[in-house]
Design a protein around this ligand. Structure first.
Ligand code: BMA
Length: 331
């Protein structure tokens, strides 16, 4: 059961929402679901999903020294859809997740490319958030909620993503030697079934968080109600060297829509983080999230406390075999 100690696992910033459409230097409809990273000089960079007044999304960078106000927002779109060369981006690009790869000194951005066949996963890289190199569509529709791990496993890049089929929407892990050719696909985390908060449809939230005890993975679960969908967040821990092996999975959700700006907007009852930064202490976790598909918010927590919470709330898996048991029970 959820311990009282962890009631406020993530604390909302008092100035939420920290960014809205009204802050934008050009006319836009909504700003939400930002990717996040901390640049070398300590500046927080958010790569925000911006929906224009046609309904098409592009990405725009906002920079802040303290990570919560005095944002300097690019005067025009930073990374726009390019449907002439990339038809998979015809209806926009959405939900960027940024991973800094220290070995190549590049930021890799996994994003949703929305085209005629539906949403798919695309990757681009940058060193300066001014120019971008596209790798194109790496997972065809219907697939989204993707991010790369910040390091390679046996020399290969690893990507978490969420294909959707008639059998449900579960999280998968795939590997690539070059970011173009993908294989080794393995079911990473299945949606639960029945009445669970994370039944039938789940997806990665921000990129995986490296800790001493393994990869801490925050994911969203979508509970469908008569009045619509409810997006809440949970945690799971994966083996440091074998990221396909789940060690623990929380039973309860640990963050959900409670504040008015999360409960009401273009899409009610949605909290949707795509990025975080970690403080100099190596523990302070700043989660950046879209609220109700309308604005951008921040909540702060502690990685150590999130791991302690998992120790109390989680179900233990005994390596891959435990995962297989859970899979046969849930899928
Ligand atoms: C998901 C994604 C997100 C969005 C969320 C809630 O499927 O499309 O971009 O924030 O739904 O509408």
């Amino acid at each position: 059961m959820r311990s009282k100690k962890f009631h406020e696992l993530l604390e909302r910033h008092p100035r939420n929402p920290i960014l809205t459409a009204a802050d934008w230097p050009y006319p836009v409809h909504t700003v939400f679901n930002p990717g996040a990273t901390m640049l070398q000089d300590g500046t927080t960079l958010l790569l925000c999903r911006v929906e224009d007044r046609r309904g098409i999304s592009h990405l725009c960078a906002a920079r802040s020294k303290n990570g919560f106000d005095d944002w300097v927002i690019d005067k025009e779109p930073t990374f726009s859809p390019d449907p002439d060369n990339h038809p998979e981006e015809l209806w926009g690009i959405e939900d960027p997740r940024i991973t800094y790869m220290p070995d190549v000194k590049e930021y890799m951005i996994a994003y949703t490319a929305f085209g005629k066949s539906g949403p798919g996963v695309a990757i681009a890289s940058t060193t300066d958030f001014k120019t971008f190199q596209r790798f194109g569509l790496v997972m065809h529709a219907d697939d989204k909620d993707a991010a790369l791990f910040p390091r390679r496993f046996n020399g290969e890049y690893a990507l978490i993503h969420r294909p959707s089929t008639d059998m449900g929407a579960h999280m998968w892990l795939s590997f690539s030697p070059d970011l173009h050719n993908w294989g080794g696909h393995v079911l990473f985390l299945p949606a639960r079934r029945g009445a669970w908060w994370d039944a039938n449809k789940i997806g990665l939230s921000p990129p995986p968080i490296e800790t001493d005890r393994g990869w801490l993975v925050m994911y969203h679960g979508v509970r469908r109600h008569a009045s619509g969908s409810l997006y809440r967040l949970g945690l799971a821990l994966f083996d440091k060297n074998n990221p396909e092996t789940c060690l623990t999975r929380g039973q309860s959700w640990m963050f959900g829509p409670e504040a008015p700006y999360e409960m009401s907007g273009d899409v009610d009852n949605a909290v949707f983080p795509c990025g975080y930064t970690i403080g100099e202490d190596g523990d302070t976790f700043r989660m950046y999230y879209g609220a109700a598909d309308t604005s951008i918010c921040m909540a702060t927590g502690s990685i150590r406390e999130m791991l302690e919470w998992l120790d109390c709330d989680g179900t233990e898996f005994t390596g891959v075999a435990g995962q297989a048991a859970e899979r046969s029970e849930t899928v």
